[in-house]
Design a protein around this ligand. Structure first.
Ligand code: FPP
Length: 239
């Protein structure tokens, strides 16, 4: 969700006002994602590197996050959406951590639709934490190094309960990944939108998904193999 600051600067507003508009847009996009049948929506809301920003901006983001959570709780309950977090959330201010815990607990029984907030998240930290957890399990005898494969290691990532992202969208014209779900996005499709996050409208989300649907995802196979498999699966569905 990049570009809140530039969006604000261009309008003579403060960066924090840009973030405020960013949150308002989050609410619209969460709603639209539900209408489009997106079952897992992950929002990169605060990276592990964002602590380097001026303290006043960090404080404003934390405040916005807390009020967003209070407001969203009703929406999540009414629409049966489970809230998850990825990242070192225990390092967030206690009041934000507590609010996250409350909403996660209140929605934990919902299984169909999921909203994931990446908070104090960085993929490199996540991998370090996963390796530490795996090593503890190995030392206690619960894991065997000879059996290690990606399916096992991925169970120690913050995303252990979540599927890999199929589409990653970055707004504001930057063409970077910025430490976001590095391993889980190995086969994701990317859309880089030139539009700053506060202007990334529900219609633009729909357009990005149409773009994604028109792509051929090969996962290492040839295009011919993929098309043959699609023909077979279409035929078996028709029977
Ligand atoms: C990047 O824009 C945006 C962020 C670092 C924060 C994203 C946060 C929000 C949209 C609001 C809080 C989120 C939730 C879920 C409540 P930038 O500030 O880097 O913009 P710039 O690159 O134009 O300066």
């Amino acid at each position: 969700m990049d570009g809140n600051g530039r969006w604000a600067n261009r309008r003579g507003l403060t960066r924090n006002e840009g973030h405020q508009r960013g949150v308002e847009n989050v609410e619209k996009i969460v709603e639209k994602a539900g209408q489009l049948g997106i079952r897992y929506l992950t929002l990169y809301a605060f990276s592990a590197e964002n602590w380097k920003r001026p303290q006043s901006e960090v404080d404003a983001l934390m405040k916005l996050l807390k009020s967003f959570l209070k407001k969203q709780q009703k929406h999540l309950l009414e629409n049966e959406i489970r809230l998850h977090t990825i990242g070192r959330v225990e390092e967030l201010p206690h009041s934000v951590f507590r609010q996250l815990k409350i909403v996660k607990e209140a929605t934990k029984h919902f299984a169909k639709n999921h909203l994931i907030l990446a908070l104090n998240y960085g993929a490199r930290n996540e991998i370090i934490d996963a390796v530490k957890r795996y090593t503890e399990a190995f030392q206690s005898g619960a894991e065997n190094l000879g059996d290690l494969h990606w399916g096992i290691l991925s169970q120690y990532l913050d995303t252990s309960e979540l599927p890999d992202p199929q589409l990653v969208i970055r707004t504001s014209g930057e063409h970077r990944i910025s430490n976001f779900l590095l391993l889980q996005s190995a086969y994701a499709e990317y859309v880089f939108s030139p539009v700053c996050w506060p202007d990334f409208s529900p219609d633009l989300l729909e357009t990005a998904i149409e773009d994604y649907r028109n792509r051929e995802r090969r996962f290492g196979k040839t295009g011919e193999q993929v098309r043959q498999e699609q023909d077979v699966s279409l035929k078996s569905t028709a029977q």
